[in-house]
Design a protein around this ligand. Structure first.
Ligand code: NAP
Ligand code: G4F
Length: 340
C-alpha cells in the first residue's frame, strides 16, 4: 500500500500529467503537480478527471535550476515523474535551442539535484519512441540502436543517456519509459490524432471545412494514454531502475487513423490521387473531405514506428488494453460532446 507517499508530477497541465495524477491519487499518493507560471494555466485535464482540487500545484520551470532545486528539496518527494517537455516534434525544428534546454538540460538539473540532496528519490523520465527515428530494426525494443530525426528526439536522447549514466554512476533510481505514441481525449489539438478527431467531430456537427493534413503515409504505433500511465507507475514500483518500452505492437498510417475517425461518424472515405495531390472524398456523396497541405511536412520525418513491449509484459506484467478503433471512438465521442 502506497499511502502517504509523495509524488512530484511535472507537466501536470499536459495529457499524461492528468492521467498519471488520477492514478496516483486513487492509490493514496499526495500529488504535487509542477507547472510553469502562466497567465492562463490549462487545468482542463485535471477538471475532466475530477482531481483539480486534489493536486497541489507548484510553480516549476525546467529552465530554472534554482526553482527546480527549491521545489524538489522542499517537497522531498518519494517519486518524481518528469513528464514536462516541449513535446511537439514539429515545433522543435523551429525552436531547437529552447527544446534542447527544456527536454535535455532540464533533466540533467533534476538528476543532479536528486543526486546531491535526495539520493533516495526515484525518478521516472519520459523517454520516447522518437529516439528510434530513422528506425534501425523493426520492431523496436530496448536494445534497438537510436537514430533521432528531430531536435526533440536529439534532446530526449541526451536526457535518456543522462538517466542511464546517473543510474550507473551514482546508484540513483533513474528509470526510463520509452513510450510509443499514446493518445486520449486529453491530447493536445496540434498532434495529428486529436487534430483529426476534433475536425471530424466539428464536421459531424455541421462545419463542412476540409481537413488539411500533412504526411498521410507516416505510420505510428498508437495506444491509449490511460493504459500507458499504469506502465509508468509499474516501472517505478519495480525493485530496480531500468528502461522499458511501452507499445501496442500495431502500426497504422495517418490515412488509416483518418478512415477510422470518419467511420466513427458513419462516413466512408474514398482516396484518390498520390502525394500532395491525394484527396479524400465521402464515398456516398462525393464531397471533398481531406486535402494534403505540404506546410505540415517536416524537414526530416519519422516514417514508421512499431514497438515491442515484451520486456514490460514479462517483467512488469504490463499490457495495453485499448485497441485503436476503441481509442478513436472515445476521442471522437468526447470531441462531439465538447464541440456541441
Ligand atoms: P504534453 O501534453 O505536451 O505536456 C507537456 C507538459 O510539459 C505541459 O504540461 C507543459 O506545460 C509542460 N512544459 C513544457 N515546457 C515546460 C517547462 N519549461 N517547464 C515546465 N513544464 C513545461 O505532453 P504529453 O503527451 O503529456 O507527454 C508527456 C511526456 O511524455 C513528454 O515529456 C513527452 O515528450 C513524452 N512522450 C509523450 C508521448 C505521447 O505520445 N504522448 C510519447 C512518448 C513520450 P504548459 O501547459 O505550460 O505548456
Ligand atoms: O501527432 P504527431 O505530431 O506526433 P509525433 O511527431 O509522432 O510525436 C508524438 O509522439 C512521440 C512518440 O513517438 C512523442 F515523443 C512526442 O512528444 C509526440 O507526443 O505526428 C505524428 C505523425 C508525423 O509523422 C507527422 O508528420 O503525423 C504526421 N502528420 C501528418 N499530418 C501530422 C499532420 N502531424 C501533425 N501534428 N499535424 C498534421 O497535420
Amino acid at each position: 500500500m502506497s499511502q502517504n507517499k509523495k509524488a512530484l508530477v511535472t507537466g501536470i497541465t499536459g495529457q499524461d500529467g492528468a492521467w498519471l495524477s488520477k492514478l496516483l491519487i486513487d492509490k493514496g499518493y499526495e500529488v504535487y503537480g509542477a507547472s510553469r507560471r502562466n497567465s492562463n494555466r490549462n487545468m482542463y485535464g485535471l477538471k475532466y478527471l475530477g482531481i483539480e482540487d486534489k493536486v497541489k500545484i507548484v510553480d516549476f520551470d525546467l529552465l530554472d535550476y534554482s526553482n527546480i532545486h527549491d521545489v524538489i528539496t522542499s517537497i522531498q518527494p518519494d517519486e518524481i515523474y518528469n513528464l514536462a517537455a516541449q513535446s511537439f516534434v514539429a515545433a522543435s525544428f523551429k525552436q531547437p535551442i529552447s527544446t534542447s534546454m527544456i527536454d535535455g538540460i532540464g533533466v540533467a538539473y533534476i538528476l543532479d539535484i536528486v543526486k546531491t540532496f535526495l539520493p533516495k528519490t526515484k525518478i521516472y523520465q519520459a523517454s520516447t519512441s522518437e529516439l528510434y527515428g530513422k528506425v534501425q530494426e523493426t520492431p523496436q525494443t530496448e536494445k534497438t540502436p537510436l537514430y533521432p530525426r528531430s531536435p526533440y528526439g536529439v534532446a530526449k536522447q541526451y536526457a535518456h543517456w543522462m538517466m542511464i549514466n546517473y543510474r550507473e554512476s551514482y546508484d540513483i533510481f533513474a528509470t526510463c519509459g520509452i513510450l510509443f505514441n499514446h493518445e486520449s481525449e486529453l491530447r493536445g489539438k496540434e498532434f495529428v490524432t486529436r487534430k483529426i478527431t476534433d475536425h471530424v467531430a466539428k464536421y459531424s456537427l455541421g462545419n463542412k471545412a476540409e481537413l488539411r493534413i500533412g504526411n498521410l503515409d507516416s505510420s505510428r504505433d498508437w495506444g491509449y494514454a490511460k493504459d500507458y500511465v499504469e506502465g509508468m507507475y509499474m516501472m517505478m514500483q519495480h525493485e530496480t531502475p531500468d528502461t522499458f518500452v511501452l507499445a501496442t505492437g500495431e502500426t497504422h498510417s495517418i490515412r488509416d487513423f483518418t478512415n477510422y475517425s470518419f467511420n466513427a461518424i458513419n462516413v466512408e472515405v474514398r482516396w484518390e490521387g498520390k502525394g500532395v495531390e491525394e484527396k479524400g472524398y465521402d464515398s456516398k456523396t462525393g464531397e471533398l473531405l481531406v486535402v494534403v497541405d505540404p506546410s505540415y511536412f517536416r524537414p526530416a520525418e519519422v516514417d514508421i514506428l512499431t514497438g515491442d513491449a515484451s520486456k514490460a509484459k514479462k517483467v512488469l506484467g504490463w499490457e495495453p488494453k485499448t485497441k485503436l478503433d476503441q481509442l478513436v471512438k472515445i476521442m471522437v465521442e468526447h470531441d462531439i460532446k465538447l464541440n456541441s
